[in-house]
Design a protein around this ligand. Structure first.
Ligand code: TK8
Length: 336
């Protein structure tokens, strides 16, 4: 690789061209903000990104990761990216609907049936379209990583049917579609940043929250929650976002390194996320003492029916074209 680079430099100089990209890597310290804990699969993805950057920049780049909302919540961090005061955030799409309403499409309840569908949508033309929209908002989406299928935890009772949702004080992400979904289910839903959830559960300000198994485990929600119910009501992606004002000031080579390393991170992150999901579910029960329950097909059908009108109620706000494109993409995938 290094020899090749030297040959390129020599060739470029000999032919009087501008110095190639290798000479255009500057020394940089890149900070990345995360809401989740370092033990979450995002930690593995970030580690892979770091290795990749070190190799590609000959150690000129340092990737500093901040965990558990140490740099602020997802939305605050995303705003810092837009104003060029922070490099990177790995965030759920959901709290960013105020910046880009189209992101709300991922919050529609029971949208994806499985991880393969999510990957196909996110890594295909649909994901591309979303990334273009992010760029218009000063945010470069380097890659979609996995948050995962979300499941409900609470401290009151097992949730096994529609009526069990009634009156639960549940934290939802700062997002109208989640709010509407959980209100439709009969809960008392409260939007809140992720970093405040543990304390709110601990003090009893709320009874419930919903997140994938790996997050319930790595954020230790099992310490303050007794019941875990397999609702799988939504799949939320993570986006690896970079400050566009900063990105635009980098050389093409540097921009490519960011994109490539985020993609290398994606492979590892998704793999670990899927591997750890079952382990996390076992751990929160065995070590965390949570009581776990599945939901019967019949009861799930009733729950799905209750939240189905959420699609129409939010279609205009998300963008009718965006919702239609998503549904058409899914239909195509399912016909394959
Ligand atoms: C972490 C969040 C979190 C998300 C949420 O920063 O807020 O519940 O699922 O994992 O993005």
């Amino acid at each position: 690789m290094k020899t090749l680079a030297k040959i390129c430099v020599t060739t470029a100089l000999a032919s009087g061209l501008a110095l190639p990209a290798v000479a255009e890597i500057q020394t940089r310290t890149i900070s990345v903000s995360n809401g989740i804990a370092e033990t979450h699969p995002v930690g593995n993805g970030v580690e892979k990104m770091r290795e990749c950057m070190t190799e590609r920049t000959d150690g000129k780049w340092t990737l500093n990761a901040f965990w558990s909302s140490a740099l602020g919540d997802d939305l605050t961090s995303a705003q810092a990216l837009r104003s060029g005061t922070l490099e990177m955030v790995i965030t759920s799409t959901s709290p960013l609907v105020g910046i880009e309403p189209a992101l709300g499409v991922f919050d529609l309840p029971f949208l994806f049936a499985n991880e393969a569908e999510a990957d196909a949508v996110l890594d295909g033309p649909f994901g591309e379209m979303i990334s273009e929209k992010m760029a218009e908002n000063g945010l470069v989406n380097l890659s979609f990583w996995e948050n995962g299928f979300r499941n409900l935890t609470n401290s009151v009772r097992p949730v096994a049917s529609l009526s069990d949702f009634e009156g639960l004080r549940v934290r939802v992400m700062q997002n109208n579609i989640f709010l509407d979904t959980f209100q439709a289910l009969g809960t008392n839903a409260m939007p809140m940043a992720f970093g405040e959830v543990f304390t709110a559960l601990e003090t009893g300000a709320i009874d419930a929250q919903e997140n994938p198994y790996v997050t319930i485990d790595t954020s230790q929600f099992y310490e303050v929650q007794d019941y875990l119910s397999a609702t799988r009501h939504a799949y939320t992606p993570f986006m690896v976002l970079y400050s566009k004002p900063m990105f635009d000031s980098y050389s093409e080579e540097e921009q490519q390194i960011l994109r490539d390393c985020a993609m290398e991170g994606q492979t590892v992150q998704r793999e670990v996320s899927r591997e750890l999901s079952d382990t996390a579910l076992a751990h929160v029960q065995e070590e965390g003492g949570m009581e776990f329950n599945e939901i019967s097909e019949e009861n799930l059908a009733e729950i799905r029916e209750r939240v189905a009108p959420v699609y129409d109620r939010h279609k205009e706000e998300i963008g009718a074209d965006v919702v239609d494109q998503m549904l058409a993409t899914l239909e195509e995938l399912r016909a394959e």
